[in-house]
Design a protein around this ligand. Structure first.
Ligand code: PLP
Length: 392
């Protein structure tokens, strides 16, 4: 039995949705009956499973992808007066995490085809104050990690991959999360992402120093490691050495995560099949440009976006699609154009033309493994119908 609304008529197909089965529910129930409701043994088990999947040495699970980005930035040494380069075409959390550390997000425009951060634009923005680079694997297509690592190595910068869209993706044969080209990789387990724990996130890394600090920052900045502590009054000893947070992921969420991770490859396979069906269905359309997948990546297909050749028609198409039960969305309003960032840093329209142009053209259609064949067909037929009719 599926809890994905399969019994519902096709009235509204969301752009993203979790895929929870009986095994997931059983794992949750078991965990709820155990002695641990907050952090417990499932947390380490989930971390080991993430290490095994990604090939990274260490994983730290936390309460959200945003929390993961926050402590990853802190571990990178990001603080007041620093700059961190990221993309404007992302969810606001990528930039907000930089602000949490008192630093300044410096945006670099995206590449026209993959919509990922452009390494040449990064180069132009590296300054004496730059501390780190946060590329986002937009829609599940890995960013230009080789080039980004090259820039970071030359200037002594930390690379934090925001892989909220890219669990299950590969770059030049390595799993995203392996940190082959970065210092840390951040994942989100929000329900629209590839696997879910409700709220939840993780950081993977191969560096022991970063791992130890991440673990402390997740737990108020506290350590119980004898070797890391000074003098000790007794066996109850613990030391707060940093200003950390309560960013634990609960044990029942970890139990769900472990169960979900076992299905990740199936989920990604299904996403790729649905995306391929869309590619095929829309290949002959004159109205849209299809998403690309470079030869050296395996995209995890988090979002499927229609890119309209006539952007002035987007609003009309959006409304028509919604009225036909297709839960379209727009990912994303460029972050620098959000009122907070405009006011704070004086950004104006025109600052990042490629991201802004993409924003005017794009619309996300439903893509998630719990879609039924009937729903996929409905999305294809509805899209084709509205694209064909003069829609504005
Ligand atoms: C979802 C998302 C996040 C935030 O993850 P949460 O788990 O919702 O906090 C960060 N960056 C990107 C690109 C995302 O899509």
């Amino acid at each position: 039995m599926k809890y994905n609304g399969e019994s519902k008529p096709v009235t509204h197909i969301p752009y993203g949705h979790q895929c929870i089965d009986d095994a997931d529910i059983a794992a949750l129930v078991d965990a709820a009956r155990s002695d641990w409701l907050t952090r417990g043994p499932k947390s380490e088990e989930f971390e080991s499973a993430l290490c095994e999947y990604t090939g990274a040495k260490y994983a730290v699970v936390v309460s959200s992808g945003t929390a993961a980005l926050h402590i990853a930035c802190l571990c990178a040494g990001v603080g007041a007066g620093d700059e961190v380069i990221t993309t404007p075409m992302t969810f606001v959390a990528s930039a907000n995490s930089i602000m949490y550390c008192g630093a300044r997000p410096v945006f670099a425009d995206v590449l026209e085809d993959t919509v990922n951060i452009d390494p040449d634009e990064i180069k132009k923005r590296v300054s004496k104050s730059t501390k780190a680079i946060i590329p986002v694997h937009y829609a599940g297509h890995p960013a230009e990690l080789d080039a980004i690592k090259g820039i970071a190595d030359r200037s002594g910068l930390i690379v934090i991959e925001d892989a909220a869209h890219a669990l299950g993706a590969t770059y030049k044969g390595s799993a995203i999360g392996s940190c082959k080209y970065s210092d840390m990789t951040v994942f989100s387990f929000h329900p629209v992402k590839h696997i879910t724990t409700g709220e939840g996130g993780a950081i993977t890394t191969n560096r022991e120093d970063l791992y130890k600090k991440l673990v402390m920052l997740r737990n108020h900045g506290i350590t119980k490691d004898q070797d890391a502590m000074g003098s000790c009054d007794g066996p109850w000893c613990y030391e707060q050495q940093l200003l950390g947070f309560n960013y634990h992921l609960t044990d029942f969420q970890c139990a769900l995560g472990i169960s979900q991770l076992k299905k990740l490859d199936q989920f990604v396979k299904r996403r790729r099949e649905i995306a391929a069906a869309y590619d095929e269905a829309f290949a002959s359309s004159d109205e849209i440009v299809l998403p690309v997948e470079k030869a050296w990546v395996g995209a995890s297909r988090h979002l499927y976006f229609l890119r309209l050749r006539a952007p002035s028609c987007r609003c009309d198409l959006f409304n028509r699609m919604r009225s036909s039960g297709v839960g379209v969305q727009v990912h994303y309003i460029p972050v620098h154009l959000q009122p907070y960032y405009r006011k704070r840093f004086g950004h104006v329209a025109g600052d990042y033309p490629i991201a802004e142009k993409y924003y005017t053209e794009t619309m996300t259609i439903p893509l998630h493994p719990s879609m039924t064949q009937h729903e996929i067909e409905h999305v294809i037929q509805t899209t084709k119908r509205h694209l064909r009719s003069p829609y504005c």
